[in-house]
Ligand binder design. Structure first.
Ligand SMILES: CCc1ccncc1CNCCCCSC[C@H]1O[C@@H](n2ccc3c(N)ncnc32)[C@H](O)[C@@H]1O
Length: 702
């Protein structure tokens, strides 16, 4: 559709959402990383020059490593790619660079390939970079075991000169370090005993779905990722990095033995005092004996690190001199790490970590430790049965966002007392029916939300929650009971609503809402879809004097020069990709709006003041326009490459929240300009800001 009618807005928005999904953003980062590309090229050239003349590129992506092999003189080059979009893109790239026909590309997962069905004979070299921040996440171990058994010539055994098979990268070393970071903590654990005036004790334990429990069920993932070098508030290393694992990709026995390897218990000396929030993991890819790539936090590389949150007893402070015991294992092809205990003055303090009581802890050096570990695992087994509720990381960060809950509590209290005054003037008969005197508050927040409870706590309020998950409803019910809120004052609305629109309807035939709480901004930094439609629908469901929260949203932004945003959005010409012409093809999937941005830690130059880009009036949606021209003056010279934006969310005339707040759960978004705009200090820049179906677009000219 876009090729036919490029300005067709509908298709364009859908395309952007699809593009983000089809082509992962790290393709741009990877292809722009010239250092990485050159190192792979050198390793491939050396291998081909030393006799590897038949090559298979597993997970070719855009085809760049296969093209390196061809250019290095390999006689036969094969490539496989499991993603259809990337496969088609690789075919175009290879053709464009004059290697069509000399590189055979298969739209296949390497595990489905065999000889001679897919490649005529076994190859002497496999190149691949099918790794994620936790190394194993793209299945590289399984792929290489299969490759050694079905696609690669056997490894060199002795001095015989038979051509032998080998893999680039030759191996990997995995590092791990204990860190303290409030930014990580607030996404995985409740950091305060009270939220918005509610005592949270009755909620029971709340956890994020990121946990390394031994029984990997689908509701949890073993690790998450963060770019430690750009973590808001930074992090504090509590131990030195230690080698958790090293693997030789040219040793198939070692690869096959990995998942059945004994669970290792590492002892990490604590070097800094601090709260144990997570284990950070990264690795070195040894391309060959000389070259290696690192994904460490200290590198200036762009890679993220794998983060294993430690759900230890809240407030557990490590001290220098402690030793942290960490279990390392590789069951079913992903790296699993768990902090099991802390050795302090010879005693073992165990963390409230779900470890499998059966896990074979290496017997400690002295009986004392052994006895403690026996006791500890005994206790943990009791703790196993402990119940806890899962919240998404963004829901956990929202729960920890005190200002949000206090602001809503203030705004709701104000409205509710106004409404009570109003109903007091009603004839006494009218409020005779107890029900009539109740104020109805609806919260249509998308995720877990305490707001209905905060409203119901005012008394005389019947609050409706949109929380759907039973476990989460039970958390709210327990909190309601512990705060003396009558059960009938907290309803779970979605149990009744048959569909999305069903949520926004009257509470009952003769009642309207005193307040409707809308969820306006997604965690990623974009306005939620259909926000304006919901707002106009909600307004008709309000009783006299009722309000919707928020009543107004102001979109704020700023002109910046940021190479980082460019690198994450589009491949910058042929130079970073070893001279191969790849950019025009992969850049078809460039998306002009970059999301999940931490603007507070983005390295960029501010080229203007904060600008008011757009105003959304939710109380009177007719007052809204669809586009606006904004004039901005450059405060210094440079290249405008992006316009990060965020929101001032006005709950009512006096109370508002800013989504740039460091304690908020919101990230920011940024419009990345198609063409950077050269400006001198003092220049006036005209921005055409359009908002269509919750999708913002901005074009700029001097
Ligand atoms: C310094 C490396 C680094 C460190 C940390 N974070 C990121 C990176 C950068 N590398 C990310 C690559 C990650 C994606 S893998 C690249 C492409 O390969 C495809 N695939 C994956 C497995 C597979 C297979 N068995 N058979 C065929 N195709 C396969 C994927 O569909 C993808 O297009």
């Amino acid at each position: 559709a876009l090729k036919i009618k490029p300005d067709y807005l509908e298709a364009r928005e859908n395309f952007y959402r699809v593009a983000n999904w089809l082509v992962e953003r790290w393709h741009f980062l990877m292809l722009n990383d010239r250092g990485r590309n050159q190192k792979y090229q050198q390793a491939i050239q050396k291998a081909v020059q030393s006799g590897c003349s038949t090559v298979l590129d597993i997970g070719t992506g855009t085809g760049i490593l296969g093209m390196c092999a061809k250019k290095a003189g390999a006689a036969e080059v094969y490539a496989c790619e499991l993603s259809k979009t990337m496969y088609e893109l690789a075919c175009e790239v290879v053709a464009e660079n004059g290697m069509e026909g000399s590189i055979q590309i298969l739209h296949k997962k390497s595990l489905e390939m065999g000889v001679p069905a897919d490649i005529p004979h076994r190859v002497s070299l496999v190149v691949t970079e099918t790794v994620d921040a936790g190394l194993f996440g793209e299945g590289i171990i399984e792929s290489l075991i299969h490759a050694w058994n079905h696609l690669l010539l056997p490894p060199k055994r002795s001095e015989e000169d038979l051509p032998s098979g080998r893999v680039i990268p030759a191996g990997a070393t995995v590092f791990c370090m204990a860190v303290e970071s409030l930014e990580i903590r607030r996404h995985h654990r409740l950091c305060a005993a009270e939220v918005g005036g509610l005592k949270m004790a009755a909620a029971g334990e709340l956890r994020s779905p990121v946990s390394c429990s031994l029984e990997p069920d689908d509701s949890t993932e073993p690790y998450t990722t963060e770019r430690l070098s750009r973590l808001p508030g930074g992090y504090r290393a509590l131990t030195e990095p230690f080698t958790a694992l090293s693997i030789d990709f040219n040793n198939v026995q070692e690869l096959e033995g990995l998942s059945s390897r004994e669970v290792q218990v590492m002892r990490l000396p604590v070097t800094q005092q601090g709260e144990l929030d997570a284990l950070a993991v990264w690795f070195q890819l040894h391309l060959d004996q000389e070259n290696s790539l690192s994904t460490g936090p200290q590198e200036d590389t762009c890679w993220e690190q794998a983060i294993y949150p430690v759900h230890s007893a809240p407030g557990f402070v490590l001290k220098p001199g402690d030793e942290l015991l960490v279990e390392v294992s590789c069951h079913d092809a992903y790296l699993r790490l768990g902090c099991v205990a802390v050795l302090r003055d010879g005693r073992k303090l165990h963390l409230d970590q779900r470890v499998d009581p059966q896990s074979s802890m290496k017997p400690g050096p002295n009986p004392e430790v052994e006895l403690c570990s026996a006791l500890a695992s005994l206790q943990t087994s009791q703790r196993e049965s402990e119940d806890f509720s899962l919240l998404e990381c963004s829901e956990m960060a929202l729960l920890n966002y005190q200002d949000y809950h206090q602001s809503f509590s203030l705004a709701l209290t104000k409205l509710i007392s106004e409404m009570k005054l109003r109903t007091q003037n009603l004839s006494s008969a009218a409020c005779a029916a107890a029900d009539a005197s109740l104020l109805y508050v609806l919260d249509v927040s998308e995720g877990f939300s305490l707001l209905p409870l905060i409203a119901a706590r005012q008394g005389g309020v019947k609050a409706y929650s949109s929380v759907e998950k039973t476990k989460q409803q039970n958390v709210l019910r327990r909190l309601a009971v512990s705060h003396g809120v009558p059960e009938e004052h907290l309803e779970f609305w979605l149990n009744r609503a048959e569909d999305e629109q069903g949520v926004l309807q009257r509470p009952s035939t003769e009642k309207l809402w005193s307040a409707i709480i809308l969820d306006c901004v997604e965690t990623c930094g974009l306005i939620r879809q259909k926000l304006m439609e919901k707002a106009s629908l909600a307004r008709f469901l309000l009783e006299e004097g009722g309000r919707i929260f928020p009543e107004k949203i102001v979109i704020l932004g700023m002109l910046v020069e940021s190479d980082t945003l460019l690198m994450e959005s589009a491949v910058q010409g042929r130079d970073p990709t070893l001279g191969f012409n790849i950019a025009p093809f992969i850049n078809q999937f460039t998306v002009p709006v970059h999301v999940f941005l931490d603007f507070s830690t983005l390295d960029c130059r501010h080229l203007s003041e904060v600008l008011e880009l757009f105003v959304l009036d939710l109380m009177d949606t007719n007052a809204n326009y669809t586009e606006r021209e904004v004039k901005a003056q450059a405060t210094s010279g440079g290249r405008v490459t992006a316009i990060p934006f965020w929101y001032q969310i006005h709950l009512d005339r006096d109370i508002s929240l800013n989504t740039l707040s460091r304690t908020s759960h919101w990230k920011q978004a940024a419009v990345v300009l198609q063409e950077p705009l050269e400006v001198q200090a003092g220049d006036w820049i005209r921005l055409a800001v359009k908002l269509h179906k919750s999708t913002i677009s901005i074009s700029a000219q001097v």
